[in-house]
Design a binder for this molecule. Sequence first.
Ligand code: NAD
Length: 260
Amino acid sequence: MGSLNPDFGDDTVIVTGGSSGIGRAVALAFGEAGATVINADVRADSKNPDADRPTHEAIREGGGDAEFAETDVSDPAEIESVVEAAREYGGVDVMVNNAGVYTKRRFLDVTPEEFEEVHAVNARGAFFGTQAAARDMVDRGEPGCVVNTSSDTEGRASWDHSHYAATKGAIRAITRSAALELAPEGVRVNAVAPGPVATEIREGWSEEASEISGEGETPTPPLRAASPDELAGAYLYLASDDASYVTGETAWVDGGGRIA
Ligand code: NAD
């Protein structure tokens, strides 16, 4: 089968959490498509066991332009700084709010502290990441777009991670409400909801995810976990002019889990 050949050669893209997992795959894909990429992460080194160099170095070695900006997305001031830094490259055109943390905990055992921790990164990070990028686009008079990383948990009940699921439900609401208010400004806001992806978001998760199998008398999807690379195309599509009439939408890239 064929594939799309996107061109982001005129664009500056910020990817939060771009050092590892899904964010790294998305950053590399934008880099390959010609974008100038700023990876905004708390750490430059990748958590991916097979990554031999940081994301920005991998993009540069492929002939692209990329920077690393140490950023904690739970602090809105740090997000503003990275958006400001993007002005050196003409300003942010695409903001990917992807940084996220996950902890496994039964509903009855979640503490207020743990609840706050995941919300600070996942929900607050996406809210103020969307706001900072959109403000800058409006101020410059150059509307672009935002793609947030949600999760299949935004729309289904979850064992052992209700507090995490709550952050993804928040991202769904942020995406829709921001899309509504920003449509008159020409700024589009969408989200991608991955199903299980083999990453190191939690120690041992990539292995657990790899064991997912829908095999049985009646196989049900997802039949396997995704590799991070399989997510990237959805982000590039939503950020592209091909999606010029798509906003407030969540693209589910979940191997069919939602329909099971
Ligand atoms: P990952 O741990 O491989 O990557 C997350 C990246 O975010 C890391 O590089 C980490 O350093 C960075 N990060 C963490 N806290 C940060 C902070 N405060 N500020 C900036 N960067 C920070 O995990 P992943 O699976 O690639 O997760 C990426 C996104 O995908 C998350 O939002 C996650 O909730 C979502 N997601 C993952 C899965 C999955 O199965 N892996 C499924 C659905 C959604």
